[in-house]
Design a protein around this ligand. Structure first.
Ligand code: FDA
Length: 311
């Protein structure tokens, strides 16, 4: 793992830095590389541009750890509107991804679950998949329990699982017989080594082993859907070789990346006939999310600094 990852993830939790960064215009300019804008309109416009390049999308309205019911209610209303707007755009294959802490998980798990249920119910009516993001390990158990509960409303509902956690193999074994939709990611939070693998090599190995399990004959027979969410080109090549050797059809899984990262690769995968989805984040609460993007690749700090220079 890179040396700046820990400090940058710690900075993601600093209210002081949050206030400073969101006030600085040069930081906002740097953020725009990963985010089409702060509004739903801008998110949808980006999804339409991606559609025209053969790419599907996932829309996510930035925000986390919402501390009161009214704010969480506003987030529900936002997603209900977003789902309606998505459906009104011809040929747009866009899903949404929600965070339970943005829907009131810190207020009470029941609040988040009821709020999520309203979004999932509307999405089912519209035939649109909802994903539940995976947040820090404080929330892993409750997120998985909520997922299992909410899945009764719509079996298309999906959940992100993090390959860096030691527990994820067991979580996969639990969710696999349900035929769950799983978005596999490496994991973006600051976690202790007892819970998460600190070495990139181990995380990559875990990720590839989990993809293998989620694509094997038993998983396919159970109806598992896997979204392989990574920008790691070496891993993507290994997954491509695996599916080719096992005869997994290209419509049984998809790749996913974040908006603004490996854009050329996103288009290349789609042109090769792989289903490819881009997660578009938008909204004004971008600070902790952006710090996680910096932590993934500290070289991104150079963009922030470059934007700070005059001219
Ligand atoms: P890795 O970090 O090894 O990076 C591989 C290469 O990708 C790098 O060498 C670099 O070239 C490029 N790259 C990666 N990150 C970059 C960045 N920020 N800027 C520029 N280049 C970058 N996490 C989580 O905990 N819960 C979740 O719900 C989700 N959801 C999610 C959805 C989707 C669609 C994606 C793609 C990712 C997530 N993540 C996530 C984030 C995930 O856990 C992980 O932190 C990032 O994807 C970075 O890891 P990679 O797999 O890309 O590999």
């Amino acid at each position: 793992m890179n040396l700046l990852r820990g400090p940058l993830l710690a900075a993601a939790e600093s209210p002081w830095l949050h206030r400073q960064a969101t006030r600085r215009r040069f930081v906002r300019r740097a953020v725009s590389r990963f985010m089409p804008g702060e509004t739903l309109d801008e998110g949808l416009d980006a999804a339409i541009r991606l559609r025209d390049q053969g790419l599907s999308s996932i829309l996510t309205y930035l925000g986390e750890n919402v501390g009161d019911r009214a704010e969480a209610e506003a987030v529900v209303q936002h997603y209900l509107q977003a789902l309606d707007r998505i459906r009104r755009v011809p040929g747009l294959d866009a899903e949404v991804s929600i965070k339970l802490t943005q829907l009131g998980l810190d207020v009470a798990p029941e609040v988040a679950c009821e709020n999520a249920a309203r979004i999932v119910t509307r999405a089912r009516e519209l035939g649109c998949r909802v994903w539940i993001d995976m947040e820090s390990t404080r929330y892993t158990d409750v997120t998985i329990e909520s997922f299992v509960h909410l899945r009764a409303l719509d079996p298309r509902l999906g959940i992100a699982l993090q390959a860096y956690l030691h527990r994820t193999r067991a979580d996969v074994e639990r969710l696999l017989p349900l035929g769950a939709a799983i978005r596999l990611v490496k994991g973006a939070y600051r976690e202790p080594p007892e819970l998460a693998m600190p070495r990139k090599r181990d995380v990559d190995q875990s990720f590839f082993a989990l993809v293998g399990r989620l694509l094997d004959a038993q998983a396919r027979a159970a109806g598992v859907w896997i979204t392989v969410a990574t920008h790691d080109l070496a891993l993507i090549a290994r997954v491509q070789a695996l599916v080719a050797s096992q005869g997994v059809p290209k419509d049984r899984f998809e790749f996913a990346m974040l908006y603004g990262i490996q854009r050329g690769e996103q288009v290349r995968l789609a042109r090769q006939g792989y289903r490819t989805r881009v997660l578009i984040s938008y909204g004004s609460h971008w600070f902790p999310w952006y710090m996680r993007r910096l932590a993934e690749r500290p070289a991104n700090l150079l963009f922030v600094l470059r934007n700070a220079l005059p001219g």
